[in-house]
Design a protein around this ligand. Structure first.
Ligand SMILES: Nc1ncnc2c1ncn2[C@@H]1O[C@H](COP(=O)(O)OP(=O)(O)OP(=O)(O)O)[C@@H](O)[C@H]1O
Ligand SMILES: [Mg+2]
Length: 256
């Protein structure tokens, strides 16, 4: 069996009276694309936040590369190679695409940029890295534009490029296609596939759209009211009777 890169073991998270995540276990194989799907309020983002270190779970364990990281703060997880994006954009809209990337790349290159300017060689190295990241998401031609002027799809791609600036092993994407039109959804899908095919990264993403999930993911978890309703390959999920009846409905799945 392939190496498990990231694992949740019986993770729970409560907000007051709401059990947002209820005893959820998943295993994400190294190099795979893994999707978490579920209706609004199912607990997807909360679960995600326990994996990336934004929330401490009330129960259960998170294991990464064979090491328990349940209590590890987010920034230390980033150092271990876990990178994430948010459901709402977390880029600086008034800055250019280049400058947004610069923030990520500089922090990675450990340059104290307020204290001293990088040397010419250093700057070249950083520029090359930014070009490489923007090339990967096909945004090089927009690098001098303020992010606010970009389409929503390009803003999402800019965020994905930023998440790559830390040289991650796994990228966690919370609804990268949310609110996007069909053509832009396709652009993001291509990039997610490339993260796996070209960069060999592991991808864990949250998504509403069943069609997207079934065509991209190697394995899928379906969350419903905080609990894991089903887990399996796209084929298993689209043929799962509980998923069909309780959540998706016959019609949604059969249209895929
Ligand atoms: N910070 C919070 N404080 C209190 N309750 C919260 C908090 N975050 C989430 N919840 C509640 O936990 C449940 C799960 O929310 P969560 O945002 O994880 O769902 P989701 O599956 O990501 O939904 P969506 O598809 O709308 O993004 C919901 O009932 C929500 O109201
Ligand atoms: Mg969410």
């Amino acid at each position: 069996m392939a190496e498990i890169l990231l694992e949740a073991k019986g993770v729970s998270k409560r907000f007051g009276g709401v059990l947002a995540v209820n005893n959820v276990s998943v295993q994400v194989e190294k190099g795979s694309i893994y999707a978490v799907i579920g209706p609004n309020g199912a607990g997807k983002t909360t679960f995600f936040n326990t994996l990336s270190g934004y929330y401490l779970p009330d129960g259960g364990q998170v294991i990464y590369q064979g090491r328990e990281i349940t209590d590890l703060p987010n920034w230390q997880r980033i150092q271990l190679g876990m990178s994430r994006t948010f459901q709402t954009p977390s880029i600086f809209p008034e800055l250019s695409v280049y400058d947004n990337l610069l923030i990520g790349v500089q922090s990675q290159k450990k340059i104290a940029f307020r204290l001293r300017l990088p040397s010419a060689a250093r700057k070249r190295e950083i520029d090359e890295r930014i070009e490489e990241l923007l090339g990967f998401v096909n945004l090089v031609h927009l690098k001098d534009r303020p992010v606010a002027e970009l389409s929503h799809g390009s803003q999402r791609l800019c965020e994905i490029a930023m998440s790559l600036s830390v040289d991650p092993t796994i990228v966690l994407l919370d609804e990268p296609m949310a609110g996007l039109a069909e053509a832009e959804t396709e652009r993001i899908m291509r990039v997610i596939r490339d993260l796996h095919v070209r960069l060999g990264l592991t991808v864990l993403f949250v998504e509403h759209n069943m069609r997207v999930v079934l065509s991209l993911a190697h394995r899928i978890s379906v969350l419903d009211r905080g609990s894991l309703l089903a887990e399996g390959t796209p084929n298993e999920i689209s043929n799962n009777q509980t998923v069909r009846e309780a959540y998706l409905g016959q019609e949604v799945v059969s249209r895929v």
